[in-house]
Ligand binder design. Structure first.
Ligand code: NAD
Length: 370
């Protein structure tokens, strides 16, 4: 039986994950998706209970699960806890221990929400980009790092951008696989004009794609140009692969194109275990714990529900069910049902559970027994 670990976390995390549970149950009842669900603590709530942002027992459950679904972590009440126990440390430990090196951030612009984008409707309507960000290497982890006293009243801050062949190869393969399942177009972004690590990135991506994915059309784009292109003509991209630092920035730019933080899912994947067995995988919304609206039943659960759709597609290989769930969300938006964050004039306002009800009703309409 498939195993899912749910880590609701802090703030609006438990509220939005409650709706995800209902959707999982719907797929169990109506589409034969049989899973064992377990739940544990992560973030500030785990710190309150155990003094650590994730316990060893919860980490073990994450290792044993086919997929981990996470809500969000953090909140002002934990602003002053020790650095190593801060809520985000739970996320970082999950990423590090499960070796989640590939972060998938789709930027999809639903037609019904195109006016919420900071760009003109015609530039973003129908947008569907997948950004693949390397997550465990590069300048955020490279050594040497630190701040040193120079003894003359000056200090020096150092971080090191470093990539090895295997790190570039494996992320290129994830991106190549995805591009083959989508529009067969891949763009790779770095700064080879000023960084040797960028030159290596460029050469290794070129080699892996030409050797292993000869059908793909591969384009290289400098990261600064890529930032401009994303706001000039974002629909020119299909799958975009890049390193940890540039991916951090470019995926946030792409996120803004879609209009709302409450709509954006993400997946972080690790290496496949042994003989083609499943990759470790963590699915989570891009948004945080939204302390300003936590506990009020106002949060938009769609980002978390779309994260479940990614889990259905990438971990459970239930592409039809993922399509069904995404179509249900599209239908709800087309009907004009909105949480506060995506509210527009003359639309029907709902809260968190109202949005969950609407998605379940759309699933009933579109897919029961299909
Ligand atoms: P945030 O994403 O929590 O909120 C930003 C704004 O968007 C807020 O006004 C919030 O109300 C709104 N918003 C976010 N998600 C929403 C949703 N689903 N529905 C409706 N409105 C939504 O970012 P922040 O305010 O910068 O951070 C708040 C806390 O979350 C901090 O403690 C931060 O460290 C943490 N955080 C956690 C993660 C994570 O768990 N992955 C990511 C970002 C921030």
């Amino acid at each position: 039986m498939e195993k899912i670990l749910i880590l609701p976390g802090d703030g609006i995390g438990p509220e939005v994950m409650g709706e995800v549970r209902r959707v999982i149950d719907w797929f169990g009842t109506n589409r034969g998706f049989q899973v064992t669900l377990d739940e544990d603590l992560v973030g500030g709530c785990a710190y309150d209970a155990h003094g650590a942002a994730i316990s060893d027992a919860a980490m073990q459950k994450a290792h044993d699960a086919d997929a981990v679904l996470l809500g969000a972590v953090g909140g002002p009440q934990w602003d002053n806890v020790a650095y190593e126990a801060r809520p985000e440390a739970g996320l970082l430990r999950l990423r590090a221990d499960l070796q989640l090196f590939a972060n998938l951030r789709p930027a999809i612009c639903f037609a019904a929400l195109a006016d919420a984008s900071s760009l003109k409707r015609e530039l973003v309507e129908g947008l569907d980009i997948m950004i693949v960000r390397e997550l465990t290497g590069g300048v955020y982890f490279g050594e040497p790092r630190g701040i040193e006293e120079l003894g003359n009243g000056q200090r020096r801050g150092v971080n090191t951008q470093v990539y090895e062949t295997y790190e570039i190869e494996r992320i290129a393969r994830v991106a190549g696989d995805l591009a083959m399942k989508r529009g067969k177009r891949l763009a790779s972004s770095e700064k080879r004009n000023v960084m040797e690590s960028g030159l290596l990135w460029n050469e290794e991506v070129t080699r892996v794609i030409s050797d292993e994915f000869p059908e793909l059309e591969l384009e290289h784009v400098l990261a600064d140009n890529c930032a401009m292109q994303l706001v000039r003509n974002p629909k020119q991209y299909d799958v975009l692969v890049t390193d940890n630092l540039f991916g951090d920035i470019l995926s946030d730019i792409a996120a803004m194109l879609t209009g709302s933080l409450g709509m954006l899912p993400s997946a972080s994947l690790g290496a496949p275990d042994g003989d083609g067995a499943r990759s470790k995988a963590l699915y989570e919304p891009v948004h945080g714990s939204a302390p300003d609206i936590a506990g009020q039943g106002k949060a938009n659960p769609i980002a978390s529900i779309m994260s479940l759709a990614m889990a259905l597609r990438y971990t459970f290989e239930r592409g039809d069910d993922a399509d069904l769930l995404e179509n249900a969300v599209t239908a709800v938006l087309d009907k004009g049902i909105r949480t506060g964050d995506i509210m527009q004039a003359d639309m029907q306002a709902v809260g968190t559970s109202g949005m969950g009800d609407a998605v379940l009703a759309a699933l009933d309409e579109l897919g029961a027994g299909a």
